[in-house]
Design a protein around this ligand. Structure first.
Ligand code: PMM
Length: 285
């Protein structure tokens, strides 16, 4: 879906958001890009491979993860954001902290990606309203240390839609403009594999809320479970989930997602172009 978001280029296809985790402990690439020079080089490499945006984060949100201090998060993220933005990359900052969002936007970030949708830091809404930057509102129920116990739903699709709708209402009341909002089902955050599949299968329930939708399935555990070794039951390792991730990208693009967030950009960059060409041909009839 092509959508107009303030300060971001408009594309005629699903956008590709590449991931740079400046962390020692993210589940699939922890420690690889902790050094700022390596993180910047990786962001440039993702752009060369076809990323339309690069998402820079300094705090792992994998299940069970402990929080880093604000000071440490700023130290990890801001120099990388500044350098990538200066090189002309469209940078997104992945943070739950208002101070990090504010300083990242001042350093050149053009989108704020908050996995808590503004719930973790009460100051986030005000900062986002003041910057006017697009804001990813992810469905979230609690910090990583205890999110597994929160994966309880009546009807996961209806519950996620209702909770995201509440978030949108609260953010608008706090001064954020509707045109800034991007929605995300929050795959793997207080969700089992079955919950993730249910949400992907009903992505239309999210797009029906009228805002661009971001899907971030890349290398997540539910793909490892789907592709587990049939003999041993061993999960497919995270770094061997990229083909499955590209398949999710195809289906998300086809279902109208605005963007997909991925670690391995090349496969998904090709995939979203195939979907766009297919859909253009289908429209011509
Ligand atoms: N998942 C992770 C990190 N950031 N941001 C959004 N908007 N949606 C997500 O699902 C999401 C995210 C965790 O994955 P990672 O550790 O591989 O970055």
């Amino acid at each position: 879906m092509s959508s107009s978001l303030p300060g971001l280029p408009t594309l005629d296809r699903c956008a590709v958001m590449g991931v740079v985790n400046v962390t020692p402990d993210s589940f699939s690439d922890g420690g690889m890009w902790l050094d700022p020079a390596k993180a910047v080089a990786h962001g440039l490499d993702l752009t060369a491979r076809g990323a339309d945006l690069v998402d820079v984060g300094g705090e792992s949100t994998r299940p069970g993860a402990q929080r880093v201090t604000e000071e440490e998060e700023l130290r990890r993220v801001i120099p990388v954001v500044r350098e990538l933005a200066a090189a002309g990359v469209t940078v997104s900052v992945d943070t739950m902290r208002a101070a990090v969002a504010e300083q990242a936007v001042a350093a050149g970030a053009r989108l704020v990606n908050d996995v808590s949708g503004g719930l973790a830091d009460p100051a986030m809404a005000e900062v986002v309203a003041a910057t006017g930057a697009p804001f990813v509102v992810m469905h979230w129920r609690g910090q990583s240390a205890d999110m597994d116990s929160l994966a309880v739903y009546g009807d996961v699709v209806a519950d996620v839609v209702a909770e995201l709708t509440d978030r949108m209402t609260a953010l608008l009341a706090a001064g954020v403009k509707e045109e800034q909002l991007i929605l995300d089902p929050g795959l793997g955050f207080a969700k089992t594999s079955e919950h993730n599949w249910a949400l992907l299968g009903r992505l239309d329930a999210l797009t029906a809320l009228g805002r661009p939708v971001l899907v971030a399935a890349s290398r997540k555990r539910f793909l490892g479970t789907l592709l587990a070794n049939p003999e041993t039951g061993e999960l497919r390792p995270a770094r061997q989930r990229d083909d499955a991730t590209a398949a999710v990208s195809v289906l998300s693009a086809r279902a109208g997602a605005w963007a997909v967030r991925v670690h391995d950009v090349a496969g998904t960059a090709d995939a979203v172009r195939v979907v766009a060409a297919w859909q253009r041909a289908a429209q011509r009839g």
